[in-house]
Write a protein that binds this ligand. Structure first.
Ligand code: SF4
Length: 409
């Protein structure tokens, strides 16, 4: 685990959504939501499989009508990950979803307000051993709380969650997690901070209606990452106006970047390029990203624009490539292992990454002709220096001028 995981995680009690543990010392999980009609069983399952492949641990599907509940009865047994039914307004849909076999429910206290309805759902969930998320949403806050607190305030959101928790307590139900989402990042951050002071229930983090890429990604990351770095949060969801696969990918990548989950896919690092670049870094990095896709190769791969700074700056990467003199210099853990033509850079990168993934770094270095690679690399470096000329900066003339300016003979 990387150094980033040294911050202390707030201790919560643990619940289980199907086979996935949430809270306690369980790894922080990634959630997303399907955007198909839940009654479209095949379409929804296809999306769930794509989400699981992109790193989603738990999926949510809307259960807004009888056909959706019937769809869930067919989806749940075929889903590779636990399925949560999203319920708004109709508490009977929660009962129907449980009958369909879902692994969890999400209730919005803002729109199921009758105490007897909430208690009926909690009692049934308790009997069946199904967890519930209390999903408070700034935008659909109970008008009475809005009035009391003078708007959508962190205190109002926390009070809404506490009200729901009290009803659950009355029927002896404690298998719940809570979210207090808002589209305003500082509001959401403060609401979660306050919530974490009053409960040990696991917390589900999210910035609601974050919007399209790239702004949505930034807003969601700002809110979620801030809280995670304070040790708050047990499961996360990016709410993006985009293909939900992007949500799953973003969630997974954020957790990996913070050192909270083991790396699953390639972590591609690339220099930002500059006037020294010998290739179109953006193009090569994009093609490399596409070539690796969602393949399960947990390596850090570097694409660097020049051989002057590239190999040194990416020395920690498992494998990297730097451009020089129309060729790609491949390096493994900072050791130059091969020099390939520029138009074969991406293919070579993928082939070596595959080899390392299968056989390890030492085997990759052992199979390389290190002497040849170093000879070729040295040739390229001297060619680059020669092209610049022995004194491209006219240094000797400048030195005379510098000395004249500071008064030396
Ligand atoms: S690696 Fe080379 S091309 Fe890339 S930013 Fe650094 S100096 Fe520029």
């Amino acid at each position: 685990m990387s150094t980033a995981a040294r911050f202390e995680r707030r201790r919560t009690r643990q619940i289980h959504v199907g086979k996935v543990a949430v809270g306690g010392d369980a790894p922080i999980t990634v959630q997303s939501m399907t955007i198909t009609k839940t009654a479209d069983v095949e379409g929804t399952l296809q999306q769930i499989y794509a989400l699981a492949a992109a790193g989603c641990d738990i999926v949510r599907c809307t259960c807004n009508e009888a056909e959706a509940a019937e769809g869930l009865a067919q989806i749940v047994p075929r889903s590779p990950i636990p399925v949560i039914a999203d319920i708004h307004h109709q508490y009977r849909m929660a009962l129907a979803a449980m009958e369909a076999g879902v692994h969890g429910l999400r209730l919005n206290p803002g729109n199921i307000r009758k105490a007897e309805h909430i208690k009926a759902v909690a009692t049934e969930a308790k009997d069946r051993g199904i967890p519930i998320r209390i999903g408070v949403n700034g935008g659909s806050l109970d008008p009475a709380l809005y009035e009391k607190w003078g708007g959508i305030k962190p205190e109002a959101m926390v009070e809404s969650a506490k009200h729901e928790m009290a009803l659950f307590d009355e029927v002896g139900f404690d298998q719940y997690k809570i979210s207090v989402k808002a589209s305003n990042v500082p509001l959401m951050v403060e609401a979660y901070r306050q919530l974490s002071e009053v409960t040990d229930a696991p917390l589900h983090l999210g910035v609601t209606e974050a919007g399209p890429l790239p702004t949505g990604l930034l807003k969601a990351t700002a809110g979620i990452a801030t809280l995670l770095l304070e040790g708050i949060g047990d499961t996360i969801r990016y709410s993006l106006t985009a293909d939900p696969v992007e949500e799953a990918r973003a969630g997974r990548q954020l957790l990996e970047a913070l050192g909270l989950r083991e790396r699953k896919n390639v972590d591609l690092i690339a220099c930002p390029s500059c006037g020294r670049a010998e290739i179109d870094v953006i193009d090569v990095a994009t093609r490399a990203m596409q070539a690796f896709g969602d393949r399960k190769i947990p390596l850090q791969v570097a694409v660097m624009g020049c051989v002057v700074n590239g190999p040194g700056e990416a020395r920690e990467a498992d494998i990297g490539i730097a451009a020089g003199n129309k060729r790609g210099h491949l390096f493994v853990k900072g050791i130059n292992v091969a020099v390939v033509p520029e138009d074969e850079m991406v293919e070579a990168l993928v082939e070596w990454a595959d080899f390392i993934h299968e056989h390890g770094t030492d085997a990759a270095i052992a199979r390389a002709d290190l002497a040849k690679a170093e000879r070729e690399a040295r040739l390229d470096r001297s060619k680059l220096l020669d092209d610049k000329g022995a004194d491209a900066n006219h240094a000797s003339e400048r030195i005379v001028e510098i000395r004249r300016k500071i008064g030396e003979p």
